[in-house]
Write a protein that binds this ligand. Structure first.
Ligand code: AMO
Length: 433
């Protein structure tokens, strides 16, 4: 028979009903089992596994030896006849007539793709291409893709326009310490920390509702399980609304993503039971959060940001998603709108019991007030001129938020380390692969 790689079938397309038919499959040699007279090759492709059965004496000796010798994880194409076999994956086996080794793997593998022998996260990330061949890791990234599609569907249905803003920028937005400088011809430039300034400027364009899903770069020195130096953020900005309205959009988006994912057939392989959170999420003020923390014995004062332990105490106490509102302006960025007559801002964080997922605010839309706010943070207005300009010729009231994609995935999938949900994570130590 002829081997036709282009016309190969995926393992899940073949069933016992194809008994007697000739098929070609292609994939990786997942496992080899030698039972003396019978030799099994388990071939893995994108969709699953196929068992290739070679009976000694019934197949050509050359073919039998070729199958026996092919190193695990090599890429092979196999042509043969389907036979119904209840005990095999998918209920069939393939009795091969031809086999071609398209790419032989080295004998010592960096990882065991069957999942029988576990590996450290660092080892897995170093050989990520191979880690992605394991069922659990593969499903994390299929889910990640699905989550991004669902977010686009949700926002698209609500009249949002998807935008792309520059990642090479001239100014900081989230505090000057966490910037990556780059050389931009004869000038200094930075990798963007957030599309903040650009999404706000677009509120002066009349687009009214915009979103962006893109990388954000943070030069944080942290080496923690929830910080990346390159993360992905869903950024939303809406004109003619208050912070309360964008908080509603955010909580509805979270439940929409959960409900969609709950239908994902392969959640089982992650041993997950997703419970769709109920909305509206609880709202507590920063002041109330502080009270609860002091009550619990946490050392914290007005104006302190919440530490990881503070987040855990609150998370345990509340036990579901919640918003923290009315933050001291001193610990929120310059663009957050102050609450009248108070030293707090109309800003919020969305919390999962385990960690912060998003933050946002009502924005200052008055040119004068914004200028003052930038100065009050000790920042020079000159580097913000391009941004401030947009506030001088008709800027509607607006609000928005940024949601960390990796944090959302970690919290939904019960994953402890943020690196697990990034294909090739960038952290303090990791610049390759
Ligand atoms: P913030 O700085 O809070 O707000 O970032 C928004 C969300 O992005 C995620 N995130 C990170 N995830 C992993 N590693 C990091 N180092 C990291 N930094 C941030 C978090 C966080 O909640 N411009 C504002 C948003 C706005 O007001 O619209 C901003 O960037 O999930």
């Amino acid at each position: 028979m002829k081997l036709s790689i282009e016309n190969r079938r995926y393992s899940h397309e073949i069933t016992a009903k194809n008994d007697g038919k000739e098929v070609s499959i292609a994939g990786w040699v997942h496992e080899k089992r030698d039972l003396g007279g019978v030799f099994f090759l388990i071939v893995r492709d994108r969709e699953g596994f196929a068992q290739v059965t070679l009976h000694k004496g019934e197949v050509e000796r050359e073919l039998f030896e070729q199958a026996r010798k092919v190193p695990r994880e090599s890429v092979v194409a196999i042509g043969g006849v389907v036979k119904g076999e209840e005990k095999a994956p998918g209920g069939y086996e393939i009795l091969p007539e031809r086999m071609e080794v398209l790419s032989a793997a080295s004998h010592v593998l960096p990882l065991d793709t069957t999942g029988k022998v576990g590996a450290e996260l660092d080892t897995r990330l170093d050989a990520r291409f191979m880690d992605l061949r394991t069922e659990r890791t593969k499903h994390i990234f299929i889910i990640r893709s699905r989550v991004l599609n669902v977010i686009r569907e949700f926002l698209g249905d609500r009249g949002f326009i998807e935008i792309n803003t520059p990642k090479i920028v001239s100014a900081a937005t989230e505090g000057g310490t966490a910037l990556f400088p780059i050389s931009y011809f004869e000038r200094e430039a930075f990798l963007n920390q957030s599309p903040q300034l650009y999404k706000q400027m677009l509120m002066a364009s009349g687009f009214d509702r915009v979103y962006e899903i893109a990388p954000i770069f943070r030069a944080e020195e942290h080496d923690t399980t929830k910080h990346l130096n390159e993360a992905t953020s869903v950024d939303v900005e809406v004109a003619f609304v208050s912070a309360e309205e964008v908080m509603r959009i955010l909580e509805e988006l979270i439940t929409f993503v959960y409900s969609n994912l709950a239908l994902y057939p392969d959640l089982n392989s992650l041993k997950l039971q997703l419970e769709v959170p109920k909305i509206p999420f609880m709202r507590i003020t920063y002041e109330k959060a502080l009270e609860l923390l002091v009550e619990a014995g946490e050392q914290i004062e007005w104006g302190d940001d919440l530490s990881t332990s503070a987040e855990h105490i609150l998370g345990e106490r509340i036990g579901e998603h919640y918003f923290i509102t009315e933050w001291p302006c001193a610990i929120k960025p310059f663009y957050a709108q102050p609450l009248e007559g108070k030293d707090t801002c109309n800003a919020f964080d969305l919390m999962h019991p385990r960690l912060e997922l998003a933050s946002g605010s009502q924005r200052i839309h008055s040119y004068e007030l914004l200028k003052q706010s930038i100065e009050s943070k000790g920042l020079g207005t000159a580097s913000f001129e391009f941004y401030l300009n947009a506030f001088q010729y008709g800027m509607p009231p607006h609000a928005g938020w940024g949601l960390g994609v990796e944090r959302l995935l970690m919290s939904m999938l019960g994953i402890d380390n943020v690196r697990e949900v990034v294909l090739f994570p960038r952290d303090r130590r990791r610049l390759t692969p």
